[in-house]
Design a binder for this molecule. Structure first.
Ligand SMILES: [Zn+2]
Length: 453
């Protein structure tokens, strides 16, 4: 734990500008709405302390940051300047809070007694400016809404285009990601769309990854899908080499996120490329791998066993989908390397269903709470330990994609924190980079003032 002197130095040197007013919603002055509006998470609070929760997602003490400690710890979480300043032993918290109150600094203690405290969720596949359109213009899906993203517990998202790389543009996506970043989330994006020649912002994949901070790779490039542009093996080799080198030069993961369809060619081309070249498997990130039937699930199994990374699309209740939760249960029972799997929502993407002749039979849309619902399902229905169930949307994607400061609740990490109700794992508080984005509906201003150590 940092000593108090260091904390003061930290605050003084970080300056008040660290708490710029990025709130998505301003507090109305109307007294009648005063008690329904968000609590006072304004810039006057230099510290937030979450007390009494069961904290998951602490990095292990080993040098490797890719694992959690397995058991929850009764710790208090101290947040300052958008970072986790300390994971504090509760016996020291009262004295800490008192010392701050004696100073000119301000502190907001929040009791989260017995609730579950986990890292904010990372969603690598969000159609942030909408997607779809496969049934004509009327079937375009709407743009993402900040409140829905927050209510889904998401604090980090990677935006994506999808099928339509003509009327949906990367410039629009980039602007949307900047907007969500301003509002308290942390955002990155993929360049490209389903097809090749790949659409880019600057004219080349390498320049996009190298020159635009928010772009971490390309995707979702469609393979073995009836909407794919069926790239050749040589074309894929070129793209993978380009993204790898651009990743190296920019210090990013540099991966291609492949949308997998259900054609029998599966991931054959990628296996061939692995055999014929020295391009490492970590530059090939496969998604929808649990959603296309047993043959592709078998491929996913082989892929993660040789060190590859697979993304599973969270099940959609409205479609009675269970494939992802079933696959996770199966893989866990078989002791497969679960660290090689992430789960994403495909939010605001269309969920078209086709019959065997390729005709559309139904059409719906993914929502951003699907990743959290997967965690709820695994824990509440299948008795997974929370530490295991959350990895797919926290540490696994953050580590794989080299998202610095994300995926763990450790000192020095970004203060992206999710407080879940202990009984049903619904979100009570969502904190993004130290800003309280969501509070429980029952919270009133006064409750914060009444807190005593
Ligand atoms: Zn897709």
């Amino acid at each position: 734990m940092w000593n108090l002197f260091y904390i003061f130095v930290f605050i003084i040197t970080s300056g008040s500008g660290a708490f710029e007013d990025n709130r998505p919603y301003k507090q109305p002055n109307d007294p009648s709405t005063r008690f329904q509006s968000p609590p006072p998470f304004n810039e006057s609070y230099q510290f937030i302390v979450l007390t009494g929760g069961k904290v998951y997602g602490l990095p292990t003490n080993s040098n490797s940051e890719t694992e959690y400690t397995c058991t929850p710890e009764r710790k208090d979480v101290v947040i300052a300047s958008g970072k986790i300043l300390s994971i504090m032993d509760p016996s020291k918290t009262t004295a800490f809070i008192d010392s701050i109150r004696d100073s000119k600094l301000t502190i907001l203690p929040i009791s989260v007694q017995d609730h579950i405290v986990i890292p904010g969720l990372v969603d690598v596949h969000v159609h942030a400016i909408g997607g779809g359109g496969e049934q004509g213009p009327y079937s375009r899906t709407p743009e993402s809404r900040l409140s829905q993203l927050i209510n889904g517990g998401l604090t980090t998202i990677v935006g994506i285009l999808g099928t339509d790389g003509v009327t949906r543009s990367l410039s629009s996506l980039l602007q949307k990601m900047k907007s969500l970043q301003h509002d308290g989330l942390t955002t990155w994006m993929w360049t490209g769309s389903y097809r090749i020649p790949i659409v880019t912002l600057t004219g080349s994949l390498q320049q996009d990854v190298l020159l635009i901070d928010k772009i971490i790779g390309a995707g979702e490039l469609a393979l073995s899908d009836h909407r794919s542009s069926w790239p050749s093996k040589d074309e894929l080799k070129q793209l993978l080499s380009d993204v790898r080198v651009a990743g190296m030069l920019s210090g990013k993961a540099g991966v291609i996120h492949f949308h997998m369809g259900s054609a029998p060619t599966k991931i054959d081309l990628l296996w061939q490329i692995l055999n014929e070249t020295t391009i490492p498997i970590q530059h090939m990130y496969l998604t929808h791998m649990s959603s296309r039937g047993d043959a592709l699930i078998e491929e996913a199994k082989k892929w993660i066993q040789v060190g590859g990374m697979c993304d599973f699309t969270a099940d959609a209740d409205v479609l009675n989908e269970t494939a992802t939760v079933e696959t996770l249960n199966k893989f866990r029972a078989e002791k497969l390397p679960l660290k090689q799997i992430s789960v994403s929502s495909d939010a605001y993407g269309s969920f078209p269903e086709y019959d065997s002749s390729g005709r559309l039979v139904s059409y719906s849309m993914g929502l951003p709470d699907l990743t959290l619902k997967t965690i709820q399902n695994l824990v509440l229905k299948y008795s997974w330990p929370i530490a295991e169930a959350i990895q797919f949307s926290t540490s696994n994607p953050a580590t794989y994609l080299n998202l610095k400061g994300k995926g763990f609740l450790g000192e020095g990490y970004d203060a992206d924190v999710l407080v879940l109700n202990e009984t049903d794992l619904t979100p009570l508080y969502v904190i993004g980079r130290g800003q309280i984005l969501k509070t429980p509906t029952w919270v009133k201003h006064d409750m914060f003032e009444q807190f005593s150590g």
